[in-house]
Write a new protein. Structure first.
Length: 105
């Protein structure tokens, strides 16, 4: 089996063949990991979460520069940006979620 890094997998998904954006992509992957860990209440990434993390990083790459916008229309083409983790990614991450303990008062 070929050992390919998560960064390389992300670059393949985005169609990026050079190394010019590696730093930016690494930060986006880290941000996506942090967001997934926060959502699942975990301290460590489980192997099954990696695909969802890459999907989240792709979304973050595509909305880079459009932060804060919920929708945009240019030349008759309308785009809508989903805030937070999209529902389809949440549904994949739900199996890895840990519950929180709360005290009763």
């Amino acid at each position: 089996m070929i050992d390919i890094t998560e960064l390389d997998k992300l670059k393949v998904r985005l169609g990026i063949i050079d190394d010019k954006q590696d730093n930016k992509l690494s930060v986006l992957l880290e941000d996506a990991e942090d967001e997934a860990l926060g959502y699942t209440n975990r301290d460590k990434i489980l192997p099954g979460m990696l695909g969802s993390i890459r999907e989240l990083a792709v979304i973050k790459f595509n909305i880079d520069g459009n932060e804060g916008e919920t929708s945009r229309t240019e030349g008759g083409v309308s785009q809508t940006f989903e805030m937070g983790i999209p529902k389809n990614i949440k549904s994949k991450l739900n199996r890895y979620r840990l519950g929180h303990m709360r005290s009763l008062k």
